[in-house]
Write a protein that binds this ligand. Structure first.
Ligand SMILES: [Zn+2]
Length: 465
């Protein structure tokens, strides 16, 4: 018998973790961090998805922290078996998990030094290093054994570099059933990576539903918007502060600014990638040109040309804390891209502390901001935001560009699941994860009206494959 227990990203967008039981073995699909300011987040992060000795293997869909960020905690608690991921996901996890450990230690230390309430770090740098030793890189479209009786295959999810949907063929009682876990589904036409590939032959689908209730603006339109925001803010003498995930979004924005600069659509101004992590991640991108979408004209030209896609004269990748602080002493228009993507931690906080009160500046939101995060408060244009325990009036201009999402929107999710169904005669049930309730309910209603049986499981819900 095979069953699935939903643990994380159930009626929410963080903490991705689904537990597969096959013939007495237990496999985790993802083990991500719960994020946000809700009171229950530290407790959820400190709660193991299953007893460590009972976990036989982990399969990781991609390197985002809400999917991979709790792996070192499991290792800290004694997990010592294999973790399977695509090769690019493995390469990305090395700097990202190390950074996650570092930020947790640093934030706890900062808050305790300032006598503020804080949660203990989940894990230390050595746990991240040990996690990497357990990770096993696999190429796309190559079936591999997860545990006896379960074969998995990664196919491109088109979401970030290395991202995968996971096909799991589970043999139980002499029959094979196929579970398809979407991971996070990307979009067709993203400028760097290839388009998503919907798997076939599914008996049951676990699908993300982050944007199950809305459509995005176009990717091409996003670049034009970015150009407008840069021009207008530069004309006021302000700085553009962009909280961005170090992986994916930062490279997309850099690529778009490169294109805009080459076309003469933005003025010459310094662009600071103020993130050692983004710098390392960009190096990983440069190591995996085989995963780039060669059909995108700009990427194609710069893969084979003299100027690399993510390096051009206006861009500076900063490393040290001194270099980062020096940015705050500079005057005049500039672009600052810094992690974290939801403005929960990292160097973006120092820039917001320094620049959020200045009406000449722009805070440019280019990614999804979960409920309870500082990023969401900025999107809501709350008059006062709290940064490092200090109240800062939010007087900077806030601009939101939705076209940069790396997540499929309502129409693209529907395309993906319809493609899966067209190639899966036995598919009936679709279990929606990784979405807030409004998005999930809308998505489920549409699917149910179109012949699917859609479910929105809460944490602790079980179903049989
Ligand atoms: Zn993701």
């Amino acid at each position: 018998m095979t069953d699935i227990l939903f643990h994380g990203a159930a009626r929410e967008v963080t903490g991705s973790c689904h537990i597969l039981h096959v013939n007495g073995r237990t496999i985790l699909l993802d083990c991500g961090l719960f994020q946000g300011h809700r009171a229950d987040v530290p407790k959820k992060n400190h709660t193991l998805p299953a007893a460590i000795p009972g976990i036989d293997a982990i399969v990781l869909s991609h390197a985002h922290m809400d999917h991979a960020g709790r792996l070192p905690f499991l290792v800290h608690e004694g997990y010592s078996k294999q973790i399977f991921a695509t090769t690019a996901t493995l390469d990305l996890c090395e700097p990202m998990l190390a950074d996650s450990a570092h930020i947790q230690e640093q934030d706890a230390e900062f808050l305790s030094r300032h006598h503020k309430e804080h949660a203990d770090p989940l894990y230390a740098a050595r746990d991240a290093v040990r996690t990497m030793e357990l990770m096993h890189g696999v190429t796309y479209d190559q079936p591999f054994d997860v545990v006896p009786g379960v074969k998995a295959t990664f196919v491109d999810a088109g979401h970030i570099l290395g991202s995968a949907s996971v096909i799991l063929d589970c043999i139980s009682g002499g029959t094979t059933k196929r579970l398809v876990f979407s991971g996070d589904i990307g979009r067709k036409g993203l400028p760097i990576i290839r388009d998503p590939v919907p798997p076939s032959g599914a008996n049951l689908v676990i699908m993300e539903s982050t944007y199950g209730n809305r459509d995005h603006a176009s990717v091409a339109g996003a670049k034009e918007e970015l150009g407008r925001v840069v021009r207008e803010t530069a004309a006021r003498g302000g700085r553009i502060m962009i909280p961005a995930f170090a992986v994916g979004r930062t490279q997309e924005i850099v690529l778009a600014l490169h294109e805009l600069a080459e076309a003469g659509s933005i003025p010459h101004l310094p662009i600071y990638i103020d993130s050692p992590l983004a710098t390392k991640v960009t190096a990983v991108f440069n190591e995996h040109p085989e995963l780039f979408d060669d059909s995108e004209a700009f990427i194609h030209a710069h893969m084979h040309g003299s100027e690399a896609p993510f390096s051009f004269p206006m861009v500076q990748y900063t490393q040290s804390v001194e270099e980062s602080k020096a940015i705050n002493q500079k005057h005049g228009p500039m672009v600052i891209i810094a992690a974290s993507g939801m403005a929960e931690s990292g160097r973006i906080l120092h820039h917001l502390l320094n620049g959020a009160a200045d009406p000449r500046n722009t805070i440019l939101v280019v990614g999804f901001m979960a409920e309870g995060t500082l990023g969401r408060k900025i999107v809501e244009k709350q008059p006062m935001i709290r940064v490092y325990g200090e109240d800062v009036p939010l007087r900077a201009n806030v601009e939101i560009i939705n076209g940069y999402s790396a997540h499929a929107d309502r129409t693209e999710l529907r395309w993906w699941v319809d493609e899966v169904r067209a190639q899966s005669p036995l598919l009936t049930d679709v279990w929606l994860v990784h979405g807030e309730p409004d998005a999930q309910d809308a998505c489920a209603a549409t699917l149910n009206a179109n012949g699917y049986r859609a479910h929105c499981p809460t944490a602790g819900t079980t179903t049989i494959l």
